[in-house]
Design a protein around this ligand. Sequence first.
Ligand code: GLY
Length: 369
Amino acid sequence: MTAPPCTVDVGGERPYRIHIGPGLLGDGALLADRIRGRHVLLLTDSHVAPLYLEQVKQALQAARPGLKIGQFVLPAGEASKTLASFGEAITALATLGATRDACVLALGGGVVGDLAGFAAACWMRGVDCVQLPTTLLSMVDSSVGGKTAVDIPQGKNLVGAFHPPCAVIADTDALRTLPVRELRAGLAEVIKYGALGDPDFFQWLQQQRAALLAGDSVALAQAIARSCEHKARIVERDPLEKGERALLNLGHTFGHAIETAQGYGAPGSDNLNHGEAVAVGMVLAARLSAQLGMAPAEDTEALRGLLQDFGLPTAIPAGLEPEALLAHMRLDKKNIAGRLRLVLWRGIGRAEMVSDVDEAAVLAVLGEG
Ligand code: GLY
C-alpha cells in the first residue's frame, strides 16, 4: 500500500488527478492549479463552512489575488440535494457573473459534490468543477468519476449529468472532524471495493479494522488510495456506465430503495445514511446471490461479519415493507425494459451484473429482513 501523500490519475478522454494527503485544503497553489478564469463559486454546506470555508478562501486568494470568489452554503444533509437548491446554486453563479471559464469548487461530502457538479455541468452548458471532498465516503466514491445529480421524491439521483471534475483534492486532515458514524459510512464504500473485485483488499480491511476505526491517518489514506485506484480504472474504461461501471453499484439498488422509503433524513437522524444503506444493500445482494445459487453462503457471512465488525448495519430497518422497497427498486437507473437488473456476486471479489432478476426471489430476500 502506498503511503500518503499520493496521487491517483484517472485516464480517459478528460483525464484528471486525485490528490490524497494531509493539509491540502491550505495549499493555495494546488487549489488554484486548475482554475482557468477569474470566477470561482465555492459551494459547501452548513457543517463544513465553519470548519474549512475561510481556510480555502484565504489560501486561494493568496495564491491568486485577482480571483472573484463567490460562496453558496447549503443546509447540511441529503434533504438539500433538490432541484430547488440546484436553482439557488445557478442563481449564485449568475450573481457572481461567472463566465465560461469559471470553476465551481465543491467543498464537502457527497451531497455538496453531486449538487455542485450538477450546477457546473449545467451553467453555460458546462464549466469546470474541482472536488474537495471532506468525508471518507466522498473521497472514495462520489468525488471521482463525474456522476452529478439531485434527488426527487420518487428516487435518489434521478436527475443529473456525467460531468467529470478537473481535479479531486482529498485532504485527509478533514477526516479528523468527521463524526464516527460518517467515518463508518465511508468505510462501507471502502469495503465495497474489496467485495466487488479485490479479495486481498477485503483481507487487508479485516486486518486494519482497529486502525481504520481509530482514524489512523496512514491506514485511512491507504484505504482511500486503493479505493480510488479501483474506481479510476473502472471509470476510465467506462465513464458513462454502459457496462462494468455499474458494478460499482454493488448494494446500491437495495440501499437506494431503503433510503428512498425512509425519506431523505437530516444528518444525525435515525434513518440510515447512504453508506449504512449500502452496507445493508450489499448483504441483501449477497444473500440473493446465494439463494440464486450463484455464490457460497459462507461469503455472505464473511461480508456480513466484516460490516458488523466495522459497526455497520446489516439488516433492513424495522417498518419498511418489502413491497414498498421493491417498488422503489423498479425505478433504478440500471433497469432495462421494466426488468430488474442487479449487481450480484459469485463470492468475495467477483461482482456480476445480472439481468431479468426474478422479483419473487428479491421479495423473498426483502421479506427476511
Ligand atoms: N457511485 C458509483 C459510480 O460512481 O459509478
